[in-house]
Design a protein around this ligand. Structure first.
Ligand SMILES: *Cc1c(COP(=O)(O)O)cnc(C)c1O
Length: 395
């Protein structure tokens, strides 16, 4: 595992845009050329794999449009994400419905949009798929037990190998096309070997299903590829080497078709949040740290600071002289949980003042999409997209 300290260099187009247009803060700016570059880097590291961008990581229309033009497929989780992808120029045949928790009406919507592949983990959903998307390809989500990631899925998704095998056999009986299994080893997974045990479990399902005359052919290893925040993450090649090794070992006779569903690794370091200091407060004379309240917090973009799971690099935009000192970083709302970092050490200049601007780096993933509608009357985080150095629109 790799825990080298790291300071990301944001795409230069982001700060050029901010300097020129000076939009109200807080806002997220995303360079879609960098998004496409990250998608291509993953494709190059996994040349055999089908890559489906997990739309929830950043559902900005311009992000989806740029990826669709670059040939990406999409992992969608709701009717609204389907409509967004179609609107942004993709096609139902390039979408896969990865959410195992869905209403029959959502399946019917997906089917009418031309989606032919669905993930599933329970018999009730399997029957709904058979009824509303007859003949569809079905993969069963496995509950896996990987090493901890920064934001693990816990036990929320998937089922045991025994139930997965039963479901795949049942799918064949319902006239569906049981293609294989899917899994996810947790988001911001820093350990490239985390997939090995999960791939071994998947292989056991392939064997068990084949013994019951249901041959499988596709393995969806999910997302989870990490981004370099304040620590360097493994690069795509390191993940590819570890995963190729696991596939060779666990599927010695015949490797399955490989599917990847990256979200974070495609969009995170393409984005930057510009924020402003609202208040600096020293709570008692002897306190060595100050509380620094920003205009962005847990409810308008920085949801992943919950439990301080994701530690964004922050940079002061305005020059401030003198020494720096420790700070607690907090958001602007009247909610006691709207504190970003009080255990993770952050330092800012002692001369910091209200009105100073702060950049939150590598903030393109799981920020705008997690922003609340109007908690305390604060609007959702605005996204501006930049393409070939020029703004393409806001949403
Ligand atoms: C969220 C999600 C992803 C993307 O995960 P990242 O950690 O952002 O790469 C992929 N697949 C499924 C099913 C997901 O729910």
């Amino acid at each position: 595992m790799n825990h080298r300290d790291h300071t990301p260099t944001p795409p230069p187009a982001l700060r050029r845009f901010l300097d020129e247009y000076d939009p109200p803060t807080p806002c997220l700016v995303v360079d879609t050329d960098t998004v496409v570059a990250r998608y291509r880097a993953l494709s190059a590291a996994f040349p055999q794999a089908r890559i489906q961008y997990a739309v929830k990581a950043n559902p900005s229309r311009e992000v989806v449009r740029a990826l669709a033009e670059a040939g990406a497929r999409f992992d969608v989780a709701s009717p609204a994400e389907i409509d967004l992808c179609l609107d942004a120029g993709s096609d139902g045949s390039r979408l896969s419905y990865g959410n195992t928790v869905k209403k029959p009406a959502a399946i019917a919507h997906a089917h009418s949009a031309g989606i032919t592949e669905y993930a599933c983990e329970a018999s009730g959903d399997l029957h709904a798929i058979a009824a509303h998307a007859p003949g569809a390809q079905v993969s069963v989500r496995l509950l896996v037990d990987p090493p901890d990631s920064a934001t693990p899925f816990g036990r929320k998704f998937g089922c045991s190998p025994a139930i997965a095998t039963d479901l795949l056999v049942e799918a064949a009986g319902l006239g569906l096309d049981p293609v294989g299994v899917s899994l996810h080893v947790g988001s911001q997974q820093q350990d490239p070997d985390a997939w090995d045990g999960a791939i071994a479990t998947a292989a056991s399902v392939f064997t068990a299903a084949a013994e019951r005359d249901v041959p499988l052919r596709r393995l969806n290893i999910g997302g989870g590829f990490a981004t370099s925040y304040r620590q360097a993450a493994p690069d795509p090649a390191e993940y590819a080497t570890a995963i190729a090794g696991a596939l060779r070992t666990r599927f010695p006779a015949d490797e399955p078709e490989l599917v990847l569903e990256p979200g974070r690794a495609v969009v995170a370091d393409a984005g930057l949040i510009r924020a402003e200091v609202v208040l600096v407060s020293r709570k008692a004379p002897g306190d060595d740290h100050r509380w620094v309240y920003l205009d962005v917090g847990r409810y308008n973009g920085l949801a992943e600071t919950e439990n301080e799971a994701i530690t964004y690099p922050v940079e002061l935009v305005d020059d401030r002289d003198g020494p720096d000192g420790p700070v607690v970083l907090a958001g602007p709302t009247c909610d006691g949980d709207d504190v970003l970092y009080q255990r993770t050490p952050y330092r800012l200049p002692e001369s910091l003042r209200a009105g100073d601007r702060i950049d939150i780096l590598a903030a393109g993933a799981y920020t705008a999409s997690y922003s609340s509608v109007a908690f305390n009357g604060i609007p959702p985080l605005r996204t501006y997209c930049i393409r070939e150095g020029r703004p393409t629109g806001a949403d």
